[in-house]
Design a protein around this ligand. Structure first.
Ligand SMILES: NC(=O)c1ccc[n+]([C@@H]2O[C@H](COP(=O)([O-])OP(=O)(O)OC[C@H]3O[C@@H](n4cnc5c(N)ncnc54)[C@H](OP(=O)(O)O)[C@@H]3O)[C@@H](O)[C@H]2O)c1
Length: 257
């Protein structure tokens, strides 16, 4: 049976890259996109097996409609990749240095913290809750919450870590919160397996700087990419930071009360 995946924020950047990888593995992929026209363009570039699906992770109606469409067309979801995220809503900053200065704990505007957390933390949780019945319909459901090395409290607390001084309450703390939410999913869902992927790596995307997408496959861990060097196989839940892959024990056994 064809496996079905949903990748949020897949009209560009890493999400699009992941969608492409999944399609090349024979998986049918819903390309989550805020703007349907841009998503349709991305899906066409990705190729057969990719379909644009309107999805704004901050919009309850949009999430529900997306789930309804997947239900009608596929009846189940085998892989949910919560990839969509933002690092800022500001348009008035010149560069990263200025953004960092304005993002410290003492200066971060609370509205800005809320706006970023809305997408990066509450969004994945809301999508998870609405998609859960579809995931339960799969015999081997998996969830990937794309996080970041800066979200690992263990890693970032080390003064020797290169991004130690960059930890701030907007983006970085949102990824730490996402890791906590991921752990909550793990605890409640009684997952059979929780693999810890590596950092997506620094990608040449809108919100990332120049770099390589090489490590990004590792985020998917598990079955499709687990044999690549350095990927998959890790069970260290303390390092839930970069890209945890959660796999359900038996979907029907997941109880949400
Ligand atoms: N790039 C890196 O170096 C790096 C490093 C570590 C972790 N990550 C993580 O990797 C993931 C992808 O990052 P990226 O660099 O590929 O980012 P990106 O190029 O900025 O793409 C982000 C995607 O999220 C979408 N999005 C934003 N707000 C949304 C919302 N409310 N609802 C649905 N979709 C929304 C964007 O849609 P629009 O096009 O409509 O804005 C876009 O498709 C993120 O979770 C990021 O935190 C990236």
């Amino acid at each position: 049976m064809k496996r079905i995946a949903l990748v949020s924020g897949a009209n560009q950047g890493m999400g699009k890259h992941v969608a492409k990888e999944l399609v090349s593995d024979g998986i049918t992929v819903y390309v989550g996109t805020r703007d349907l026209a841009r998503g349709a363009k991305a899906a066409a570039e990705i190729g057969g097996g990719a379909t644009a699906l309107q999805l704004d992770v901050t919009d309850e109606v949009s999430i529900t409609s997306a789930a309804q469409r997947i239900h009608e067309e596929a009846g189940q979801l085998d892989l949910l990749v919560n990839n969509a995220a933002i690092s800022t809503t500001r348009t008035d900053v010149r560069d990263m240095a200025e953004l960092r200065e304005l993002s410290t704990a003492s200066r971060a505007p609370i509205d800005e913290v809320r706006a970023v957390w809305e997408v990066n933390v509450f969004g994945p949780l809301a999508v998870y809750q609405v998609m859960l019945p579809l995931l339960r319909n799969s015999s081997d459901a998996r969830i990937v919450n794309v996080t970041s090395a800066v979200g690992s409290l263990t890693t970032i607390a080390d003064p020797a870590f290169p991004y130690h001084s960059a930890f701030e309450p907007i983006y970085a703390a949102s990824k730490a919160a996402l890791n906590a939410v991921t752990l909550a999913m793990l605890v409640e869902g009684r997952w059979r397996d929780a693999a810890v992927g590596r950092n997506p790596g620094v990608g040449a995307t809108r919100r990332g700087s120049e770099g390589t997408l090489r490590d990004h496959n590792c985020v998917l861990g598990g079955r499709h990419h687990g044999r690549r060097p350095g990927c998959g196989g890790r069970r260290d839940l303390f390092l839930l930071a970069p890209g945890a892959v959660l796999r359900m024990r038996t979907p029907t056994a997941v109880r949400i009360s």
